[in-house]
Design a protein. Structure first.
Length: 159
């Protein structure tokens, strides 16, 4: 709770400083931020709804059996594949990861999910192929996936 208060206090102070420095630029920035929020709100709400429904339907024991220690390495592979094929904003992914950890998921599985979510982009691959080429896209995504599994293995050793 203290962290939230500190963050909002810093935001408020920064906004006041910005207003004092240039009212016009601050208004313009707030307008751009508002438009960006409205643009991303539907997908954010959809993901939050899916996460909420998932936690409403699955109890801690089920989550633990799917992505916990008893699920083994296959859960890590499945989580890595899910991370590679989904497009979830980090704003949602990190709280989701925390909720999964509290519900019995392993650090290894969650780290594989988060790492592939950030490093591998199957959803964005067609656009990347057009821009950077097929060979580069396949190589980058393949190396990103392998690196995510390596990072997950390292997390298991150190945590």
């Amino acid at each position: 709770m203290t962290t939230i208060i500190i963050i909002y206090s810093l935001v408020a102070v920064s906004l006041i400083i910005s207003l004092v420095k240039s009212k016009e630029k601050t208004k313009k920035a707030m307008h751009v931020a508002g438009k960006a929020f409205v643009k991303t709100a539907p997908s954010l709400l959809a993901v939050l709804g899916i996460v909420g429904l998932t936690f409403g339907v699955l109890d801690e024991q089920t989550i633990s059996s799917l992505v916990g220690e008893e699920a083994g390495f296959s859960a890590t592979i499945i989580a890595a594949v899910l991370g590679a094929i989904t497009l979830i904003p980090s704003l949602v992914a990190f709280p989701l990861a925390g909720s999964l950890l509290r519900s019995g998921a392993t650090v290894v599985t969650i780290s594989a999910f988060i790492t592939t979510l950030v490093m591998v982009g199957m959803v964005t691959a067609p656009m990347e192929i057009k821009t950077l080429g097929k060979k580069f896209t396949i190589l980058r995504n393949s190396l990103g996936f392998l690196a995510a599994l390596l990072i997950a293995a390292i997390m298991e050793v150190f945590l």
